[in-house]
Design a protein around this ligand. Structure first.
Ligand SMILES: *Cc1c(COP(=O)(O)O)cnc(C)c1O
Length: 363
């Protein structure tokens, strides 16, 4: 079987989305978050399209190395910082900035005194309770960083939101975000340095959090994490289209059960299509019967379980469909957020899950 599963990446959409973000946060610099291989879109490809960003954020030092190998000159922030003393000189050599979120990192910096200064961002745990120093530790850590000659004098201050997709008009009235904003504000009061608070959801809905640097990830790829909303609702365009082809179109009798475990039963004699895509390509196995795909210009539902290489599609409303037709799994007009939701997750996960056997092209 010649597989035709293809992820088409749209550099124009990435640039468009960066423009939307710049309009929303006109006074802030933009750090484009490109972790997880640019949210599955391809690190180098994404960085190239987003050459207009002011900086890039990665989760792994190896990704910073890949970015520098492309000739990218903007600063790169390692979002979880270094976790081994050897990383520090590598980071200096690559002009990579580090988040400092833990005492173990302070010790490593103290041991690397006498070398070129490293630009650091002090991370405050304002209430997400993942990475960061507790509010009461922040001033002491800041002073320790300031005292180190191995640390650049300009220390940034950042925090990360846990629920910034809940806005003031939500049931929670944004309580956690308001609390995190207020903790960050009071803890960093009077400390010199640039501020960075906002992820995509905060860029879209919390203008008071924009600060000196915004750190959008998902929004750049056109994906929203706000419940019931898709990127298109914010004027964003999907940066990835996932397509494949129908490799079989056939009639099945009423009562026929489709796929593994026979979870879907044909209510009448009908045609189904079999598309060459499955969880082995990264399409979520948990996507329920009824998840929408597009065949021959029509939006139609999937039926039965998604298997490793194949999925089955209800073609009752698409009599013109035939073998070889293109099938779109997500893209413009077919939000990956809906695929994620149907699989009990968010739109970020399907795009990050695309596997190596999928062909990548750019348009
Ligand atoms: C992933 C990440 C972001 C971007 O989050 P999005 O929801 O994709 O915008 C920003 N900051 C940090 C620290 C992150 O880990």
């Amino acid at each position: 079987m010649a597989r035709s599963t293809t992820a088409t990446i749209h550099p124009d959409a990435l640039r468009h989305n960066l423009g939307v973000i710049r309009k929303l946060a006109p006074a802030s610099k933009v750090m484009a978050i490109v972790k997880a291989d640019g949210y599955g879109h391809g690190l180098e490809r994404v960085a190239n399209a987003l050459a207009g960003a002011d900086a890039f954020g990665v989760a792994a030092l190896a990704d910073a190395e890949r970015l520098r190998a492309t000739g990218l000159s903007q600063p790169i922030l390692l979002l979880s910082g270094f976790d081994a003393p050897d990383d520090v000189p590598r980071m200096r050599a690559l002009n990579v900035w580090s988040v400092v979120h833990h005492a173990s990192q302070l010790e490593m910096l103290e041991q690397s005194e006498g070398t070129e200064p490293l630009r650091c961002w002090l991370k405050v745990d304002t209430g997400m309770h993942r990475l960061g120093f507790a509010p009461e530790e922040v001033r002491d850590v800041y002073a320790r960083l300031k005292a180190l000659t191995s640390v650049d004098d300009e220390i940034g201050l950042l925090q990360h939101f846990a629920s910034s997709d809940e806005y003031l008009d939500s049931a929670s009235r944004g309580a956690q975000t308001l609390s995190q904003l207020s903790v960050f504000d009071s803890v960093t009061q009077g400390l010199a340095g640039e501020r960075s608070m906002a992820n995509s959801a905060a860029v879209l809905g919390w203008p008071q959090s924009h600060g000196d640097w915004v750190r959008p990830g998902g929004a750049l790829y056109g994906i929203s994490v706000c419940e019931g909303k898709t990127g298109a609702d914010y004027g964003l365009r999907p940066a990835m289209t996932l397509t494949t082809r129908l490799i079989s179109v056939k009639s099945i009798p009423a009562g026929g059960r489709v796929g593994y475990a026979g979870t879907w039963t044909a209510p009448e004699d009908m045609r189904i299509g079999v598309a060459a895509v499955g969880y082995g390509d990264g399409y979520p196995r948990m996507a329920a019967s009824g998840t929408q795909v597009r065949v021959a210009g029509k939006v139609v539902p999937t039926v039965g379980r998604v298997s490793m290489d194949l999925m089955t599609i209800d073609l009752r409303t698409c009599p013109e469909a035939s073998t070889g037709d293109e099938v779109t799994l997500w893209g413009e007009g077919l939000p990956v957020e809906h695929v994620g939701e149907s699989a009990g997750t968010i739109g970020y996960e399907p795009v990050c899950s695309i596997t190596r056997r999928v062909r990548f092209v750019e348009d």
